[in-house]
Design a protein around this ligand. Sequence first.
Ligand SMILES: CC(C)(COP(=O)(O)OP(=O)(O)OC[C@H]1O[C@@H](n2cnc3c(N)ncnc32)[C@H](O)[C@@H]1OP(=O)(O)O)[C@@H](O)C(=O)NCCC(=O)NCCS
Length: 214
Amino acid sequence: MTDLVLIGATGHLQSVMDSILARGCYRVAHIVDDNTAGREFFGQYVEGATDLLPEFHARGMRHAFVSAGAIGGYGNREKWYQLARRTGFEIVNIIDPSAAVSPHAKLGEGVFIGKNAVVNAYARIGNMVIVNTGSIVEHADVLEDFVHIAPGCTLSGGVRVCRGAHVGAGSVVRQDIVIGAESLIGIGSVVVRNIAPRMVAYGNPCREQHPLEI
Ligand SMILES: CC(C)(COP(=O)(O)OP(=O)(O)OC[C@H]1O[C@@H](n2cnc3c(N)ncnc32)[C@H](O)[C@@H]1OP(=O)(O)O)[C@@H](O)C(=O)NCCC(=O)NCCS
């Protein structure tokens, strides 16, 4: 089994660890996080901060995954992804065995696809994207880097979600809609019009409420 270093240890790691264990192809060798050292996940402890990464690499670790979550904005996901790449790690994808990912979809690196999620044909999934539990990403959708599709969303065909945007849990997006970069769509929204970049938007129909403050 390949050794894996996990970077980021908060709630999202619980989903990631479960999928790693279910897949059975990686052994979690180390977990690091700049803020949660000592916390326990599935019987393993967060060993320390991300400054341990060069030491792990020097000891022969080659594969890493950024398991930090984010609701709107990048959180630490972008910073730790760049750090891991600079340190020389290969950034793997974690795809739960219950997910259905079309062989005709294209995936970047650092992607997490959760339980019972669907990624249909010709979807293009960028680097560091999260398609969370039970979400449906339809044919020819484009999810740019650092997008998070929260649990239980349905994205109709031809949707583009631009870099760093977050689609809140249980939202539905009409076909061919564009959601602007870094925008935050609230839970349970029905998106029937394009959303500008860096907006907080929610409701049915989903309306832009105010610019994102982070
Ligand atoms: C949209 C969102 C960011 C707003 O958060 P916020 O700025 O803290 O807003 P508040 O909770 O202070 O609510 C402000 C108002 O908006 C309303 N509101 C907030 N989210 C809403 C939503 N999704 N749909 C409809 N109304 C919403 C509140 O009822 C409140 O209305 P009021 O002023 O009349 O009482 C947040 O509600 C949200 O949906 N986040 C996404 C969460 C998510 O996807 N979680 C899954 C993670 S895996």
